[in-house]
Unconditional design. Structure first.
Length: 298
């Protein structure tokens, strides 16, 4: 999900010819290590508090201390690597990028740590929307646009990322709900009150499809509103991802519960596909890159 959202932020920058390879790469490395740090720590929290998810996944016995320590150290190591990338990004973006970095750490901590991680509550779907939507997409796009723009916070450069932050946020909410949907019965058994466990399976499927329709409409509206060239091609990623979401929605309804795990990979891949296709298309159809920064003489 993180890589897909960074690619989408880069695609938004490419629309107006602001693609910058180095900032985009740093943002991608940062989001990968930050996500790994969060995942490791959430597994540590689960084992340390005998919540049951790690036992169901057969990761380690809840009574074994060694895996608990390894998970904690891995989380800290990934956090350090993410911090180094984040500081490099801050040298390009300035103090506001540093503030965004602290805000990311705070949200991640509330999501996977504390006395009650938000991922174990119905409010857990809000965090992926904020982190992977507005924060990831807009920040990635803005960091690249700032290299050439005299007024970085101008509507011309920031508008595409505002639209697509909603799109990617909703897609990541769908991916998060899909993960909880596949663990519905084990979550209830382990008293994990996720959004899916709270509202039920059928309402989750309805919300999943509503989110898919909304992000498709938002993408089409953006292409029309910004008067992008080759509108039909620019709308291809959202249309294709919407078709995949229809397939996922149908499989959620008909597939046996023990086969739902494979749908999680499809949902995550859908986010990556959206970002990758959008980047390739907008890089080709967007304004030619006029950056003075080149790599390998190109």
């Amino acid at each position: 999900m993180g890589i897909g959202c960074v690619l989408m932020g880069t695609a938004c920058a490419a629309i107006h010819g602001n693609t910058e390879v180095l900032p985009a790469t740093l943002c991608m490395i940062f989001v990968v290590f930050m996500q790994m740090a969060a995942n490791f720590y959430y597994r540590y929290y689960d084992i340390a508090n005998s919540c049951g998810n790690a036992i169901d996944s057969r990761i380690a016995s809840h009574s074994t201390k060694e895996p608990r320590g390894i998970l904690k150290e891995c989380s800290f190591a990934c956090l350090l690597l993410a911090a180094m990338c984040g500081l490099s990004i801050a040298t390009m973006g300035g103090i506001w990028a540093l503030i965004v970095g602290f805000f990311i750490v705070l949200i991640v901590w509330l999501t996977v740590g504390g006395s009650m991680p938000l991922l174990r509550t119905p409010y857990g779907i809000v965090c992926p929307f904020i982190l992977f939507g507005p924060i990831c997409v807009i920040t990635t796009s803005l960091i690249q646009s700032m290299h050439e723009a005299t007024e970085p916070l101008n509507w011309f450069d920031i508008t595409p990322s505002l639209y697509m932050s909603i799109v990617m946020g909703l897609m990541c909410v769908n991916a998060t709900m899909l993960y909880s949907y596949s663990n519905f019965y084990s979550d209830r058994r382990n008293s994990k009150e996720t959004f899916v466990a709270a509202v039920g399976r059928k309402p989750t499927r309805i919300i999943f499809m509503i989110n898919s329709i909304i992000y498709t409409v938002v993408t089409i509206f953006m292409c029309l509103q910004l008067h992008l060239p080759l509108n039909g091609l620019d709308m291809l990623p959202s249309t294709l991802c919407f078709i995949i979401d229809i397939y996922i929605w149908w499989q959620m309804k008909t597939r046996p519960r023990y086969q739902l795990k494979s749908l999680v990979d499809v949902g995550n891949f859908n986010v990556l596909l959206m970002g990758l296709l959008s980047f390739l298309i907008f890089e080709l159809t967007g304004t030619p890159d006029d950056s003075t920064l080149t790599f390998f003489g190109i």
